[in-house]
Design a protein around this ligand. Structure first.
Ligand code: GAP
Length: 456
């Protein structure tokens, strides 16, 4: 993990937020290559989820919504984690995470008293993750919703707060009728959305795995009640395959985890887990949520949210299955999966990020062999200009070629092109493959078709 964090900082993937002010806990910024990687991850998701599917449409709902939405969804009363403080070093930890360390699993719907009961039974065996002592305070439940004073200009701004959304899917539920009324979707169909979510996470270690501000990619699929579980099984297969086929993740690093303690309305809940450097942990949640969400919103809004089948006239509240995953969490999985340290010889190693080519932040790097030879620089610029609008390219004339290759390896650039003196004679450049390090000559005139074949 330390090696990945260090590469992310050194090569401009991820920076701690507000670093010059000492950082801001559990919030991160994406640097120049991080933003490209995140965009490629979102694009791959959108392509698979919306573009490739006739039965799924997109949405972009706002971060702020009517506060009643969070009452209806149960987030105001129930969206909380149990917290305990180490009496020795004052580190606060999530009690469910502490219990997991001794293979005891707390249920998220347990009351504070119930959590304290099992915590009391086991806490003597549990050590504080910071200081190693075993002296904990009572567990207290702590709500994760982030409050704001948006639109509140009187009195205590935290009275009658509005909330930054805790999950993006609520914006989908409350817009589902608008989508039905304004498009040609027919049951079953899905609504997909990518957007920011905010949670006052208690323990926010593990880099970008769990952050307080993060982006979710969520798809909610609406079905007739009778078809919920059939569609759920299909979605599970699609989502697992997506990581292998679309993102190129090693299948040995993925597995299913079934939730044993289901919230009362859920029919089934499985996580796709990825083998992060700190072990197998949740990457994505795939849930069958029944008609709970729409029932709640119908009740709290007083609006009829039933779907009327245009063919049969049957009216019903759709059941919903969802796929939900974080952009940052996918990025950490992709970074972990791509990170390779290769021994090239005695005392010679290289770090190479073997990203799936579709996800690589920079697709092609163009080098003039020598910086001080204007004819090489201008030819290299010509090649760069020819490719730059089609692919994210980088021009680099700094340092020797070996160093330039290593830099591109560390950011995972699939191809490096070098313009040398022969180029001026034969119209060819040297193309170097990131993974095999093989170098070949290729005609400049053939570059676009070669790259189209390899990168698209
Ligand atoms: N709508 C369902 C939902 O939000 P969740 O299990 O709370 O379910 C779904 O979150 C996914 O969102 C997780 O699997 C993870 O990928 C991502 N996620 C949740 N909380 C996160 C956090 N604090 N930081 C980064 N990603 C997070």
């Amino acid at each position: 993990m330390e090696k990945i964090i260090s590469l992310c900082k050194r090569r401009g993937f991820v920076f701690a937020s507000s670093e010059i002010y000492g950082g801001f806990q559990a919030v991160y910024d994406y640097g120049p290559y991080g933003v490209l990687l995140a965009n490629n991850i979102k694009q791959a998701w959108w392509q698979a989820m919306v573009q490739a599917r006739e039965d799924i449409v997109g949405l972009d709902s706002s971060i702020f919504m009517h506060p009643k939405i969070w009452e209806a969804s149960g987030h105001i009363s129930g969206f909380s984690d149990p917290l305990s403080e180490c009496k020795n070093c004052h580190t606060r930890s999530r009690v469910d995470h502490l219990l997991e360390e001794v293979n005891v699993f707390a249920d998220e719907k347990m009351s504070e008293d119930e959590v304290n009961k099992i915590f009391d039974e086991h806490k003597s065996k549990i050590k504080c993750p910071s200081c190693g002592k075993s002296d904990f305070s009572e567990a207290k439940k702590f709500n994760l919703l982030v409050k704001s004073n948006l639109g509140n200009f009187t009195g205590d701004p935290m009275e009658n707060p509005s909330y930054l959304r805790g999950e993006t899917c609520q914006g989908i539920y409350v817009n589902y009728k608008n989508v039905v009324d304004s498009t040609r979707v027919k049951m079953p169909f899905g609504i997909a959305q990518i957007g920011k979510a905010f949670r006052n996470e208690i323990t926010a270690r593990q880099f970008i795995f769990r952050t307080r501000e993060f982006e979710q990619m969520e798809m909610q699929y609406l079905t007739h009640p009778d078809n919920e579980m059939k569609e759920y099984e299909k979605l599970k297969v699609d989502r697992f395959d997506y990581y292998i086929n679309n993102l190129g993740i090693n299948k040995d690093n993925l597995r299913w985890h079934e939730h044993e303690n289901l919230v009362f309305y859920a029919k089934a809940a499985f996580d796709i887990e990825y083998k992060f450097p700190f072990g197998f942990k949740e990457l994505e949640g795939v849930h069958a949520r029944s008609n709970y969400d729409l029932t709640q919103h119908a009740k709290f809004s007083g609006k009829d949210l039933e779907y009327k089948d245009p063919q049969t006239g049957e009216k019903y509240l759709p059941h919903i299955i969802e796929s939900s995953v974080g952009v940052g969490r996918t990025m950490l999985a992709v970074l972990t999966d791509a990170f390779v340290e290769e021994e090239l010889g005695p005392e010679d190693t290289r770090i190479v990020m073997k990203f799936n080519k579709k996800l690589a932040p920079i697709k092609v790097a163009v080098f003039p062999l020598l910086k001080n030879k204007p004819e090489l620089v201008s030819k290299a610029r010509e090649v760069f200009d020819m490719l730059k609008l089609k692919y994210m390219c980088e021009f680099d004339d700094n340092g020797n070629i070996g160093k330039r290759y290593r830099r591109q390896d560390e950011i995972g650039t699939p191809y490096c092109l070098t313009v040398d003196f022969d180029t001026l004679e034969d119209g060819c450049v040297t193309i170097r493959d990131r993974d095999t390090m093989k170098q070949e000559r290729i005609k400049i005139a053939e570059l676009t078709s070669f790259l189209a074949k390899e990168l698209e």
